[in-house]
Design a protein around this ligand. Structure first.
Ligand code: NAD
Ligand code: IPM
Ligand code: MN
Length: 352
């Protein structure tokens, strides 16, 4: 069993260290972890944010534990050299098209949500975000408009097959949960979304037990804070899913709590190949200060064990230890507490 560890930039290495410590403590026989450079650190060392050796190590693994990429020093580089291209490149090169972002309020943390406790307490949803298409991967560039202005453009598109495969993931996810699926789009304005909606309706025929509803993304953003407990599975595209998942994190309490799995169709010996990362970024504002909340990354490690290594009991142990740590009031600054990154990691270890 092989895990590729891609810590990246900013708080990436700080939070990844704690998650690796948790995996090591489980002493899983035959498990190997291999570090590789990614993001701004990789660019500075090799001239490329996703060096070929890193892609090889990632490909040769059963699962990738990813920290975060992004470095303000790199913001003026040509786009293909920017740190963010590493995560986009991994998702695309490894056909990791299904991004699962669960959001659930932890017992005892209802009062730490940005919402009223009675509203927050009902949250138990998963965002199924498409990851290989949309405006992220369309033709983009700069051109001269008719009036001589400089103009930037990014083409948004989805094809039938891209929507169909992510819709199946979402319907299967709903079948394993409360069987409610909300597909979020902007079909009142965008043809991309009209096609999305048509295909989701077609795929729904195969899942008669799932209650399907469609919602425009602006309304979804509103409903997510009005009555988040009404959502079970939220299916959406790359851009809308990116935005709604950061929003969902504050409904739960902090962006430092939300984990994610990015999956494709490749099977490993024990599960499905995938990449696992917190939904947050490299947080340059707090990097190097030992303040980052490592819970999202520790929970991502649990998802890796469950989905890619078939180690459900070990994943349960990690999740229980995280829940206990939070219930015991060991919270970082993001949740109004004073615990630092290593203190939180150590508290999880002590409860494993
Ligand atoms: P961010 O998620 O890095 O940070 C947003 C805010 O949340 C900041 O105030 C930060 O301090 C806080 N925060 C984030 N994670 C936290 C944690 N674990 N504990 C406590 N506080 C936390 O988003 P941003 O500031 O918009 O982006 C910073 C960089 O990260 C950019 O370069 C961006 O492109 C990149 N980014 C990368 C990923 C990724 O690697 N998958 C995801 C999002 C953003
Ligand atoms: C995320 C991030 C990435 C995205 C960026 C860094 C490319 O925001 O993983 O949520 O937009 O997908
Ligand atoms: Mn994001």
């Amino acid at each position: 069993m092989k895990i590729a560890v891609l810590a990246g930039d900013g708080i990436g290495p700080e939070v990844t260290r704690e998650a690796v410590g948790v995996i090591e403590r489980l002493a899983i026989p035959g498990l190997e972890m291999t570090d590789a450079l990614v993001g701004g650190v990789a660019y500075k060392a090799t001239g490329h944010p996703l060096p070929p050796e890193t892609l090889e190590i990632a490909r040769a693994s059963d699962g990738i534990l990813f920290g975060a990429v992004g470095d303000p020093d790199c913001d003026s580089l040509e786009r293909h050299l920017r740190p963010e291209q590493a995560i986009l490149g991994l998702r695309k090169a490894l056909t990791l098209f299904a991004n699962l972002r669960p959001a659930k309020v932890f017992a005892g943390l209802e009062g730490h949500s940005a919402l009223r406790p009675e509203v927050a307490g009902a949250i138990d949803l998963v965002i199924v975000r498409e990851l290989n298409g949309d405006v992220y991967f369309g033709e983009k560039g700069f051109r001269t408009a008719a009036n001589g202005d400089r103009e930037g453009y990014d083409v948004m598109s989805y094809s039938d097959s891209e929507v169909r495969r992510i819709a199946h993931v979402a319907f299967r996810t709903a079948m394993g949960r409360a069987r409610r699926l909300c597909s979020v789009d902007k079909a009142n304005v965008l043809e991309t979304s009209q096609l999305w909606r048509d295909v989701v309706i077609e795929v729904a025929q195969e899942y008669p037990e799932v209650a399907l509803e469609h919602m425009y993304v602006d309304n979804a953003a509103m409903q997510l804070v009005r009555a988040p407990g009404k959502f079970d599975v939220v299916l959406t595209g790359n851009l809308f899913g990116d935005i709604l998942s950061d929003q969902a994190s504050m409904c739960v309490g902090s962006i430092g709590l939300l984990a994610s799995a990015s999956l494709g169709e490749r099977e490993t010996a024990h599960g499905t190949f995938g990449l696992y990362e917190p939904i947050h970024g490299s947080a340059p504002d707090i990097a190097g200060k030992g303040l980052a909340n490592p819970m999202a990354t520790i929970l991502s490690a649990a998802m890796l064990l469950r989905h890619s290594l078939g180690l459900a009991a070990e994943a349960d142990r990690i999740e229980a230890a995280v829940a206990k740590t939070l219930a015991d009031g060991i919270l970082g600054g993001d949740l109004g507490g004073s615990a630092g990154t290593t203190e939180i990691g150590d508290a999880v270890l002590a409860r494993l």
